[in-house]
Write a protein that binds this ligand. Structure first.
Ligand SMILES: [Mg+2]
Ligand SMILES: [Zn+2]
Length: 180
Protein backbone atom coordinates (compact mmCIF):
# COMPACT_ATOMS: atom_id res chain seq x y z
CA UNK A 1 0.00 0.00 0.00
CA UNK A 2 1.19 3.48 -0.88
CA UNK A 3 0.51 5.72 2.10
CA UNK A 4 1.38 9.38 2.60
CA UNK A 5 1.02 11.31 5.85
CA UNK A 6 0.57 15.07 5.63
CA UNK A 7 0.53 17.86 8.16
CA UNK A 8 -2.37 20.26 7.55
CA UNK A 9 -1.65 23.90 8.44
CA UNK A 10 1.20 25.38 6.40
CA UNK A 11 1.29 22.32 4.12
CA UNK A 12 -2.22 22.05 2.68
CA UNK A 13 -3.65 25.40 3.77
CA UNK A 14 -2.42 28.80 4.89
CA UNK A 15 -1.31 28.75 8.50
CA UNK A 16 -2.34 31.47 10.91
CA UNK A 17 -0.77 32.61 14.18
CA UNK A 18 -4.36 33.29 15.25
CA UNK A 19 -5.34 29.65 14.43
CA UNK A 20 -7.69 28.45 11.69
CA UNK A 21 -10.97 28.69 13.60
CA UNK A 22 -13.70 28.36 10.96
CA UNK A 23 -14.27 26.92 7.50
CA UNK A 24 -13.97 30.48 6.09
CA UNK A 25 -10.49 30.79 7.61
CA UNK A 26 -9.39 27.55 5.98
CA UNK A 27 -7.77 28.60 2.72
CA UNK A 28 -5.90 26.10 0.57
CA UNK A 29 -2.36 26.90 -0.55
CA UNK A 30 -1.99 27.14 -4.35
CA UNK A 31 -1.78 23.66 -5.91
CA UNK A 32 -2.07 21.69 -2.68
CA UNK A 33 -5.60 20.35 -3.16
CA UNK A 34 -4.81 19.33 -6.73
CA UNK A 35 -1.62 17.64 -5.52
CA UNK A 36 -3.57 15.53 -3.01
CA UNK A 37 -6.05 14.63 -5.74
CA UNK A 38 -3.27 13.55 -8.11
CA UNK A 39 -1.72 11.41 -5.40
CA UNK A 40 -5.00 9.75 -4.58
CA UNK A 41 -5.77 9.11 -8.26
CA UNK A 42 -2.37 7.43 -8.53
CA UNK A 43 -3.51 4.94 -5.89
CA UNK A 44 -2.02 6.52 -2.79
CA UNK A 45 -3.87 6.73 0.49
CA UNK A 46 -3.54 10.25 1.83
CA UNK A 47 -3.81 10.69 5.60
CA UNK A 48 -3.57 13.95 7.52
CA UNK A 49 -2.04 14.17 11.01
CA UNK A 50 -2.58 17.56 12.60
CA UNK A 51 -2.03 19.20 16.00
CA UNK A 52 -5.21 21.18 16.76
CA UNK A 53 -4.59 22.66 20.19
CA UNK A 54 -7.22 25.30 19.38
CA UNK A 55 -9.66 22.71 20.74
CA UNK A 56 -7.91 22.56 24.14
CA UNK A 57 -7.55 26.34 24.11
CA UNK A 58 -11.32 26.71 23.61
CA UNK A 59 -10.86 28.61 20.33
CA UNK A 60 -13.18 26.31 18.37
CA UNK A 61 -15.27 23.22 18.96
CA UNK A 62 -14.95 19.72 17.57
CA UNK A 63 -18.06 20.45 15.48
CA UNK A 64 -16.30 23.43 13.91
CA UNK A 65 -13.17 21.38 13.28
CA UNK A 66 -15.32 18.77 11.56
CA UNK A 67 -16.89 21.51 9.43
CA UNK A 68 -13.41 22.74 8.46
CA UNK A 69 -12.47 19.20 7.46
CA UNK A 70 -15.67 18.79 5.48
CA UNK A 71 -14.59 21.83 3.45
CA UNK A 72 -11.09 20.38 2.98
CA UNK A 73 -12.46 16.99 1.90
CA UNK A 74 -14.98 18.60 -0.47
CA UNK A 75 -12.29 20.60 -2.21
CA UNK A 76 -10.18 17.47 -2.70
CA UNK A 77 -13.19 15.54 -4.01
CA UNK A 78 -13.97 18.44 -6.35
CA UNK A 79 -10.39 18.13 -7.67
CA UNK A 80 -10.98 14.43 -8.33
CA UNK A 81 -9.35 12.74 -5.34
CA UNK A 82 -9.94 11.96 -1.71
CA UNK A 83 -8.44 12.22 1.74
CA UNK A 84 -8.52 8.80 3.37
CA UNK A 85 -8.46 9.89 7.02
CA UNK A 86 -7.74 12.84 9.25
CA UNK A 87 -6.07 12.25 12.62
CA UNK A 88 -5.96 15.14 15.05
CA UNK A 89 -4.46 15.89 18.44
CA UNK A 90 -6.95 18.12 20.28
CA UNK A 91 -4.69 18.61 23.31
CA UNK A 92 -2.64 21.56 24.49
CA UNK A 93 1.13 21.72 24.98
CA UNK A 94 0.81 21.09 28.75
CA UNK A 95 -1.62 18.19 28.59
CA UNK A 96 1.12 15.57 28.39
CA UNK A 97 -0.66 13.54 25.72
CA UNK A 98 1.07 11.03 23.47
CA UNK A 99 -0.39 12.39 20.24
CA UNK A 100 0.75 16.02 20.03
CA UNK A 101 3.68 16.27 17.61
CA UNK A 102 6.70 16.04 18.14
CA UNK A 103 5.40 12.92 19.89
CA UNK A 104 4.78 10.12 17.38
CA UNK A 105 1.39 8.99 18.80
CA UNK A 106 -0.74 9.96 15.79
CA UNK A 107 1.68 8.22 13.45
CA UNK A 108 1.55 5.04 15.53
CA UNK A 109 -2.27 5.24 15.49
CA UNK A 110 -2.13 5.53 11.70
CA UNK A 111 0.10 2.44 11.47
CA UNK A 112 -2.39 0.54 13.62
CA UNK A 113 -5.37 1.75 11.58
CA UNK A 114 -3.76 0.55 8.34
CA UNK A 115 -2.47 -2.65 9.88
CA UNK A 116 1.13 -1.79 9.15
CA UNK A 117 3.81 -3.29 11.43
CA UNK A 118 5.84 -0.11 10.99
CA UNK A 119 5.95 3.02 8.87
CA UNK A 120 9.34 2.52 7.27
CA UNK A 121 9.33 3.93 3.76
CA UNK A 122 6.17 5.96 4.39
CA UNK A 123 6.77 9.62 3.56
CA UNK A 124 5.47 12.31 5.92
CA UNK A 125 5.30 15.98 4.96
CA UNK A 126 5.45 18.91 7.38
CA UNK A 127 6.42 22.55 7.66
CA UNK A 128 7.46 22.58 11.32
CA UNK A 129 10.32 20.87 13.09
CA UNK A 130 7.92 18.93 15.30
CA UNK A 131 6.28 17.35 12.23
CA UNK A 132 9.63 16.09 11.01
CA UNK A 133 10.66 14.91 14.48
CA UNK A 134 7.43 12.98 14.98
CA UNK A 135 7.76 11.48 11.50
CA UNK A 136 11.36 10.44 12.06
CA UNK A 137 10.57 8.96 15.47
CA UNK A 138 7.77 6.89 13.92
CA UNK A 139 10.13 5.58 11.22
CA UNK A 140 8.71 7.65 8.35
CA UNK A 141 10.76 9.50 5.73
CA UNK A 142 10.46 13.19 6.64
CA UNK A 143 9.81 15.82 3.96
CA UNK A 144 9.98 19.54 4.68
CA UNK A 145 8.00 21.99 2.57
CA UNK A 146 8.99 25.65 2.51
CA UNK A 147 5.41 26.90 2.79
CA UNK A 148 3.98 27.87 6.20
CA UNK A 149 6.77 27.71 8.80
CA UNK A 150 8.99 25.85 6.36
CA UNK A 151 11.58 28.58 5.72
CA UNK A 152 12.01 29.15 9.44
CA UNK A 153 12.26 25.42 10.04
CA UNK A 154 14.94 25.02 7.38
CA UNK A 155 16.93 27.85 8.98
CA UNK A 156 17.05 26.07 12.35
CA UNK A 157 19.56 23.66 10.80
CA UNK A 158 18.10 20.92 13.04
CA UNK A 159 16.32 18.80 10.45
CA UNK A 160 16.24 15.08 11.28
CA UNK A 161 18.75 13.03 9.29
CA UNK A 162 17.52 12.19 5.81
CA UNK A 163 14.94 14.99 5.64
CA UNK A 164 14.21 16.00 2.06
CA UNK A 165 13.19 19.53 1.21
CA UNK A 166 10.79 20.80 -1.48
CA UNK A 167 9.16 24.13 -2.27
CA UNK A 168 5.60 23.02 -1.59
CA UNK A 169 3.26 20.04 -1.54
CA UNK A 170 2.80 20.07 -5.31
CA UNK A 171 6.57 19.73 -5.77
CA UNK A 172 6.72 16.89 -3.23
CA UNK A 173 3.96 15.00 -5.02
CA UNK A 174 5.63 15.54 -8.40
CA UNK A 175 8.79 13.97 -6.99
CA UNK A 176 6.97 10.99 -5.50
CA UNK A 177 5.03 10.26 -8.66
CA UNK A 178 8.16 10.57 -10.79
CA UNK A 179 10.10 8.22 -8.48
CA UNK A 180 7.41 5.50 -8.56
MG1 LIG B 1 2.06 22.90 10.03
ZN1 LIG C 1 -2.84 14.88 21.92
Amino acid sequence: MKLAILDRDGVINQDSDAFVKSPDEWIALPGSVEAIARLSRAGWRVVIASNQSGIARGLFSMDTLNAIHTKLRREVIHAGGMVDAIFICPHGPDDGCACRKPKPGMFLDIARRYDMPDLSGVPAVGDSLRDLQAAAMAGCNPWLVLTGNGQKTQNTGELPAGTRVADNLAAVVNTWLSEE
